[in-house]
Design a binder for this molecule. Structure first.
Ligand code: UDX
Length: 454
């Protein structure tokens, strides 16, 4: 099928490349000239495992090409995806200006096209309830004779596994009112549909809300576990044991129950905040989604405070190695990362920070440029730790688990690790001479076992 993708950011590019790999003829539209030039060269403007290879392959066989000409690209398509950003505004509401701009351009193209075939406009961007209906009505008013349909098709891919997620979706959600458009979307996604009931059609509002509900539910699970770490630390319980204890209940399930120093990224913080505004707009104060965000902000702060209180010396003048800047492993994305709060907290109290990440260093350097004098950027985690008063782990890069810890301990001013992601083994840390502080776990496993035997 002929597919046009408007907006080649994270979601748009991954969607376009995956659709091209399924045999569709894809045109990506990108207005940012630098990004467009990168894409036209066959380079990937973002780091995402597997994406560059798939882009190279699909460009080589002519499955995908890139342009900045919206009108032309829309005129050539049966399916037009709107994948432009819907970032949060300062007050937490959603900035719809990019989507409105893209909607107007599609409208102009439809006016000239006078098509007999159906053009299905697919809103992939995460948008508040009512947006798809508004777009449909806007087009009806502006181009009354046009043959088009609007569907909502929320995206659930995760950074770091985006290509895999896109090619192996748990479900495909399509919101709309046109059975003809539903059939078109069914045909488009056919190679990915392993079970018929995983291709779901519903109305626009349900599809829009499904996206916010999914992210809020996942964020809620994390915040609940994070809140439990407070109780664990007070009563001497172990959050990892509790995770297994509840995750094996088939009604609860094991996913997204890992406690840590707080969630981040481009989606959870934005979508949970938007959910609160959507509730307010409906005249309802959602205590639940408000609590998810408060707990997350508190968790980041609590982790920073733990470093300050357990450091065994004043923070003023201390050197802290921060291992991990990205909001999670396998991405260079630092948006809303817990490391930002921790770094700012420590620097504001007079510490020097040595920062390390496997992919996110450049992004963080640009983001924290006003703190440039207090941050040293380390090429590897071992160098970051040398002479430091503590290590704080903010991202669970698997590489951090296999480092030469005995050697690292010997080079530190004081061998202390604050593990904000519970990714290291407690006993191994102690055996290597570290004072080890995990999240919501007794620092030493053996002592816990002994205690429980008494
Ligand atoms: C999320 C959703 O998972 C995805 O469906 C949606 O399309 C976009 O938002 P993403 O932001 O890429 O994906 O990352 P995800 O793997 O969900 O992690 C988000 C944050 O939650 C990270 O900071 C991660 O460290 C944290 N997290 C995740 C936990 O703290 N505990 C967990 O158990 C899982």
């Amino acid at each position: 099928m002929d597919v046009t993708i408007i907006g080649c950011g994270y979601v748009g590019l991954v969607t376009g490349v995956c659709l091209a790999s399924m045999g569709h003829n894809v045109r990506g539209v990108e207005k940012d000239q630098r990004k467009l030039a990168t894409l036209q060269r066959g380079d990937c403007p973002i780091f995402e495992p597997g994406l560059h290879d798939l882009l190279t392959e699909t460009m080589k066989n002519g499955g995908i090409s890139f342009t900045d000409n919206v009108k032309q690209a829309v005129k050539e398509a049966e399916v037009v995806f709107l994948c432009v950003g819907t970032p949060p505004k300062a007050d937490g509401t959603v900035d719809m200006s990019f989507l409105e701009g893209a909607g107007k351009e599609v409208c102009d193209a439809l006016a000239e096209l006078k098509n007999e075939w159906l053009v299905t406009i697919v809103v992939k961007s995460t948008v508040p309830c009512g947006t798809n209906r508004k777009l449909y009505n806007f087009l009806k008013e502006q181009v009354p004779g046009a043959h088009y349909a609007v569907v909502s098709n929320p995206e659930f891919l995760k950074e770091g596994t985006a290509v895999q997620d896109c090619l192996n979706p748990d479900r495909i959600v399509i919101g709309g009112e046109s059975p003809e458009a539903f059939r078109m979307m069914r045909r488009l996604y056919d190679p990915l549909i392993k079970r018929e009931d995983h291709f779901m059609t519903m109305n626009w509002e349900s599809a829009e809300l499904t996206k916010y509900a999914a992210n809020s539910m996942l964020a809620a699970r994390i915040s609940f576990m994070n809140e439990l770490t407070v109780l664990c630390e007070h009563y001497g319980a172990d959050i990892e044991e509790i995770r297994k204890g509840i995750g094996t209940d088939s009604r609860i399930g094991p996913a997204f129950l890992r406690a840590g120093c707080g969630y981040g990224g481009s989606c959870f913080p934005k979508d949970v905040a938007a959910m609160e505004h959507i509730s307010k707009a409906a005249g309802y104060e959602s205590l639940f989604v408000h609590a998810i965000q408060t707990i997350n902000a508190n968790q980041k702060k609590r982790f920073a405070e733990k470093i300050a209180t357990k450091l065994g010396r004043p923070v003023q003048g201390a050197t802290i190695a921060i291992w991990g800047l990205a909001f999670k492993a396998d991405t260079d994305d630092i948006r809303e990362s817990a490391s930002i709060d921790v770094i700012k907290y420590l620097i504001e109290r007079g510490a020097t920070v040595r920062a390390h990440d496997y992919k996110g260093m450049e992004n963080m350097r640009a983001y924290l440029k006003e703190y440039a004098d207090q941050i040293e950027w380390s090429a590897d985690p071992v160098t970051a730790a040398a002479g430091a008063d503590a290590i704080a782990i903010c991202t669970d890069w698997p590489q951090y688990t296999t480092l030469p810890f005995r050697k690292i301990a010997a080079t530190m001013n004081q061998p202390i690790i604050f593990d904000g992601r519970n990714c290291l083994h407690r006993d191994v840390m102690r055996e290597n001479g570290f004072q080890y502080y995990p999240m919501g776990r007794p620092p030493v496993e053996k002592e816990l076992r002994l205690k429980s035997r008494v």
